[in-house]
Design a protein around this ligand. Structure first.
Ligand SMILES: *Cc1c(COP(=O)(O)O)cnc(C)c1O
Length: 335
């Protein structure tokens, strides 16, 4: 906890982006049996510290924060939040101070109960404010947010999960990369892409920039996720968008190239069970790709269920989006 910042930075893996990340074809008898081809887009490999989809979401926001002359990044999350982890890493790499508003006031007095995510955030210099669950529920309330802005006038405030319009726009280059990689590997584009849905910003970005005839399947990891639908529709259809990236892409209004599937949450956010853990192990052993039980594990379970239900017509070309999230598996020492 007493490490000097310079020691911490020098211990970090070199911040070189792996871009584009590999698009790996997966081979398995069951895929042949159903006549489908399957790839996994390895965005878990895009960066050691700002991993997976969080990189795409943060990148345009960090640029905006710099343009605005902000010196701090402030956001909200739970004790195991991948977003808080990515934010604390991004701040240190990009020269911002980071402030985390964390759910769970009881943690303030009990640092020994902190998750590896929080310990690492503190080691990286993130300032942590612990708030009660009741307070945390106000995280979308403009008045509450305005209070934080008053406390930290130099802070660029990011929504929970880093999910806003700019974050959605961050998926344009990713969709292009996957298309190019598909063309190199199979001369044809993908037909289906599966991704995990927390707030829905990543899913919305993928659907917004995919072609009309493609099908992006969002797998909800929270129970009763239907309340996210209006927000997702708004993001996908690009209302109130001002981002340059979007303006350069073809107009994408009112598209129907996506399905939001809410039946695969497996009991709710962060809930795992023997079946989920077994299927994750099986996949990890077969393909040598690590998964996390909160997000990507549920995508894999959904994929196999849909496959067995005959959801994918023969000759479907399916991309599983590995959105990262492996920080929860690391230990606190692995800064
Ligand atoms: C945060 C996260 C998600 C969810 O992203 P949203 O844009 O909030 O839907 C999915 N997968 C992983 C690994 C994540 O860390």
């Amino acid at each position: 906890m007493k490490n000097k910042m310079s020691d911490i930075v020098s211990k970090m893996p070199h911040p070189s982006w792996l871009n584009p990340t590999p698009l790996q074809k997966l081979h398995s008898p069951i895929f042949e049996q159903y006549g489908v081809e399957v790839w996994i887009k390895r965005d878990d490999l895009n960066h050691a510290i700002i991993q997976g989809n969080k990189w795409h979401k943060l990148h345009p926001n960090l640029q905006r924060a710099k343009q605005l002359g902000k010196t701090q990044l402030l956001s909200f999350g739970g004790a195991y939040s991948n977003h808080i982890d990515a934010l604390s890493g991004a701040a240190i790499l990009e020269g911002f101070e980071a402030i985390g508003i964390i759910r769970g006031e009881e943690l303030a007095q009990h640092p020994h109960k902190w998750s590896p995510t929080l310990q690492r955030a503190r080691q990286r210099g993130m300032r942590l404010h612990f708030v009660s669950r009741a307070e945390y529920r106000q995280r979308h309330d403009p008045n509450w947010i305005a209070q934080w802005q008053q406390t930290y006038p130099n802070a660029y405030i990011l929504e929970e999960g880093g999910s806003n319009e700019l974050a959605v726009s961050g998926f344009a280059p990713l969709v292009k990369d996957i298309e190019q990689q598909m063309q190199q590997q199979s001369a044809q584009n993908w037909t289906h892409l599966l991704c995990a849905v927390g707030t829905g910003a990543s899913f919305s970005g993928l659907a917004r920039y995919a072609h009309e005839q493609q099908n992006v399947l969002g797998i909800a990891v929270l129970k009763d996720s239907n309340y996210l639908r209006p927000k997702i529709e708004q993001w996908i259809n690009g209302e109130n968008t001002t981002s340059k990236i979007e303006a350069t892409l073809e107009a994408t209004r009112g598209r129907a190239n996506w399905q939001f599937l809410t039946q695969f949450h497996g009991g709710g956010y962060g809930k795992s069970n023997e079946d989920l853990m077994f299927k994750i192990k099986e996949f990890e052993n077969e393909f040598n790709v690590l998964l996390d039980p909160v997000y990507t594990g549920k995508v894999i379970v959904a994929f196999y269920q849909l496959l067995q239900d005959g959801f994918f017509a023969p000759n479907s070309r399916i991309v599983l989006y590995h959105s990262g999230g492996l920080q929860g598996r690391a230990t606190a020492q692995d800064v």
